[in-house]
Design a protein around this ligand. Structure first.
Ligand SMILES: Cc1cc2nc3c(=O)[nH]c(=O)nc-3n(C[C@H](O)[C@H](O)[C@H](O)COP(=O)(O)OP(=O)(O)OC[C@H]3O[C@@H](n4cnc5c(N)ncnc54)[C@H](O)[C@@H]3O)c2cc1C
Ligand SMILES: NC(=O)c1ccc[n+]([C@@H]2O[C@H](COP(=O)([O-])OP(=O)(O)OC[C@H]3O[C@@H](n4cnc5c(N)ncnc54)[C@H](OP(=O)(O)O)[C@@H]3O)[C@@H](O)[C@H]2O)c1
Length: 245
């Protein structure tokens, strides 16, 4: 692994805590859905003080500008510093993207369900920006669950995917048109299927989940209650997860 130095070309702030960094000057070969470690030096000019964290690419692989979507964890060592980067600043990007939350690992199905909380939407945006989901799945559903409506980001990008069924969930305030509460409850009581207008079953569906580890655990349990199984290369199933912490 080597560190590649990129330059920030944009740092878009969606809210006081949510930001998207666009980074030029680094060419990475990766599959949509993968992540890479990005890093900053805590002391200027001291590579020994470099702090790195995994971030999923938001951009599809054919886009030469890398994009990362992040949240400020106030007590975290890296994310508050990332949020303060300005155009022209350097960002180090590891040369070895990785991760198994990718469509090449997934069996075919009628419907692909992409379930996310918070910044967990990032790898799904990258996948949706490629031809693969549209070629392989008759139906594609993106569920984005957030605390507050203002965190329903990338609306323009999402609305550009004409075949996508987009289900919004907002847990901490009322939002017209969005489901209330959390993904596992909406799976169990059928509201998620009703909102998408599609059945979610082992016979018809592949489900990818990304974001909060407690959501992954609770949602996987709800799916297992429906007769679905974790997907493994040697034992194909229906549930593929990636935890962000
Ligand atoms: C495979 C993988 C991919 C990731 N992709 C992304 C991404 O695309 N965007 C992103 O913002 N983060 C992503 N993360 C998390 C990221 O690596 C950092 O943990 C995060 O940016 C916070 O860094 P930090 O140094 O400030 O705090 P850390 O010390 O890393 O984290 C402190 C705590 O903050 C909370 N936390 C961490 N990340 C998040 C988050 N994303 N949302 C809400 N709470 C969080 C957790 O409670 C964690 O224990 C990913 C992590 C993994 C393992
Ligand atoms: N979001 C903000 O306004 C904000 C602002 C500043 C900093 N931060 C930092 O970011 C962190 C949180 O980030 P976030 O809001 O993106 O992520 P989050 O806490 O994971 O919340 C995102 C969504 O996931 C839901 N969720 C949480 N636990 C779940 C579970 N067990 N099962 C199903 N769904 C679950 C939440 O519902 P509930 O609402 O019911 O928990 C919410 O709808 C905080 O710890 C803080 O450090 C956040």
């Amino acid at each position: 692994m080597t560190w590649l130095e990129g330059k920030i070309v944009e740092n878009r702030h969606w809210t006081e805590a949510l930001f998207s960094l666009r980074v030029a000057g680094v060419r990475l070969a990766f599959e949509a859905g993968q992540f890479v470690r990005i890093a900053l030096d805590m002391e200027e000019g001291n590579a020994g003080s470099r702090v790195a964290r995994a971030f999923s690419m938001v951009n599809p692989p054919h886009d030469p500008v890398l994009e990362f979507y992040g949240i400020v964890v106030p007590e975290g060592p890296l994310s508050p510093r990332l949020a303060r980067l300005a155009p022209g600043d350097s960002l180090y990007v590891a040369s070895n993207p990785a991760g198994f939350l990718v469509l090449s690992e997934l069996p075919d199905a009628e419907t692909l369900w992409l379930l996310s909380t918070g910044t967990g939407i990032a790898p799904f945006l990258s996948m949706l920006g490629t031809d693969t989901p549209w070629r392989r799945y008759r139906n594609v559903v993106l569920v984005h669950a957030v605390r507050h409506a203002r965190e329903l980001v990338y609306r323009e990008t999402i609305e550009g995917f004409s075949r996508l069924k987009y289900v919004r969930m907002v847990s901490r305030e009322k939002e017209p048109g969005a489901l209330a509460g959390r993904i596992p409850a909406a799976l169990r009581d059928g509201r998620l299927e009703a909102a998408a207008g599609l059945a979610l079953s082992a016979e018809t569906s592949q489900v990818m989940l990304c974001g909060n580890p407690d959501m992954l655990k609770d949602a996987a349990a709800a799916l297992i209650e429906r007769g679905m199984r974790k997907h493994r290369r040697r034992a194909p199933g229906h549930i593929t997860v990636e935890s962000f912490w």
